[in-house]
Ligand binder design. Structure first.
Ligand code: KIV
Length: 261
């Protein structure tokens, strides 16, 4: 196991929280790495926050690989996770492995996919070949159309029990990380306490081993889901910088006061 992954397990054992964020390009990955983020996820949220789509369904494996390369080039200490997009892994363990290898070659260290025991054979096949897999459970946005919208999961007692057993079985089958999205906080806390592998939460309360948020939500760029928090008003800052530049060009104060090369 790589030292970076090992350090996540040790952090869990010591009860230290870890912070993960998404990034899609070199400059933001470099800033996140330098800011001390423990992990960077090249998520298929790319489709929504970078490509301007309504959901993640149109993102391709080639696009994920392209963005993973940029992110991986920037990371010196953060662990690089990358998503397998819809259609790139479901068919068979062999298809899943081939797609994962594309992202490994692009620089990812952990490969994430959406779905649990329905992909047990995929997980066992990939784990046996040394792949570090993060399994994404709960709300899985790639199934948005089957569910008819973004809906919280594990809300009934029966669904919560099923999800908890599934999460623990997946850890036994070789998963290295679990990611729980939009599930009740008590359920996420129970799974985190019982799971031998780190549990990353998003919209899953405060008691998971780690938290992940989408970069643009943290930076206040665009409309964020209710569980996220903007730690800076990035839209206002960037908007002001751009408007000041345009105004300076128009009133002649730039480039007169600027440096020439
Ligand atoms: O695609 C993504 O960015 C994700 C996170 C929101 C967990 O899967």
């Amino acid at each position: 196991m790589s030292k970076r992954i090992d350090s996540w397990i040790q952090a869990k054992q010591r009860g230290e929280k870890r912070a993960l964020i998404t990034a899609y390009d070199y400059p933001f990955a470099q800033m996140a790495d330098a800011a001390g983020l423990d992990g960077i996820l090249v998520g298929d949220s790319l489709g929504m926050v970078v490509q301007g789509r309504a959901d993640t369904l149109g993102v391709s494996l080639e696009q994920l690989a392209y963005h993973t390369e940029m992110v991986a080039r920037a990371c010196t200490r953060s662990l690089v996770f990358a998503d397998l997009p819809l259609g790139s892994y479901e068919e068979s363990p062999a298809q899943c492995w081939r797609s994962a290898v594309t992202l490994l070659r692009a620089g990812a260290e952990v490969i994430k996919w959406e779905g649990g025991l329905e992909f047990r054979a995929h997980l066992e096949f990939c784990a046996a070949r040394g792949l570090n897999v993060c399994v994404h459970l709960g709300l899985t946005p790639q199934r948005l159309r089957q569910w008819g919208g973004f809906q919280r999961q594990g809300t009934s007692a029966a669904a919560a029990e099923k999800l908890e057993e599934e999460a623990l079985t997946l850890a036994d089958c070789g998963a290295r990380f679990l990611l729980l999205e939009a599930v009740p906080a008590e359920l996420a806390a129970r799974i985190s306490a019982r799971s031998p592998i780190p549990v990353i939460g998003i919209g899953a309360g405060p008691d998971t081993d780690a938290q992940v948020l989408v970069l643009h939500d943290v930076l206040g760029l665009g409309k964020a889901p209710p569980f996220a928090r903007a730690f800076v008003d990035g839209a206002a800052l960037v908007g002001k910088g751009l408007a000041d530049y345009a105004a300076a060009v128009r009133d002649g104060s730039f480039p007169a006061g600027g440096r020439t090369r």
